[in-house]
Design a binder for this molecule. Sequence first.
Ligand code: MG
Length: 256
Amino acid sequence: MTVRLIPLALRFPPIYGNKKYRTGIILAKSLFELPPTASISIDGDTRVFPINRIFCVGRNYAEHAAEMGNTVDRSAPFYFTKSLQSVSHGQSHIRYPTGTQNYHHEVEFVVFIGEAGHNIPAHAAMDHVFGYACGLDMTRRDLQAIAKEKRRPWDLAKDFEQSAVIGTITPKKTFGQIGPQKIELLVNENSAQSAYLSDMIHSVPNIICDLSEYYTLQAGDVIMTGTPAGVGPVVIGDKLDARIDGLSNLVVTVEP
Ligand code: MG
């Protein structure tokens, strides 16, 4: 009987990820190339912020929860996610998506994680933040209503191409403390959504603390922190102008 010796390196190829949280992805030659990772420009920096994951907080402003007919859960935030392919950045237009007759705007304060962590205490949470930007959590509201009614996931309503519209990042140290800044969305120059960041039910440190119980947050993770009241439908030709005091405006027009 002959014994074939297979080199150890071939039997056990290297694996991505640190030892504790291995993803199981094997290093080998790819069948095809994927598009580059979505990256966001940074005010005053020639480098870009590469996105790893996108977490979104639901019902984080009381008046918005009320306008959707929902009660507020103050005990803990809840989340849904968007995939990297949903990111739109640096484009002046977004396309009206297929499969909806009720496409809605949601202006949001977006938080960028710059340092990894698991079980992060709230008092240390801000050490993990790199910066902030204006964002739009674009939503197929009719599909979300069906999903809620049928107790299905929200993916079709929330996670589709160009549904995570993200503006230029302002670093944390430039922005300062979160609180009194106004968050507003103008639709065709008219104010549609308006509130203050201090109106958030779950603060940014509390969100990071809570989320990091369930995920090992990584540099590159992004958190969209929920939308104030005033969400509504957009149609082709509408100009959306998202503004948060201290951040770069985010302006996009909806095209066919
Ligand atoms: Mg939202």
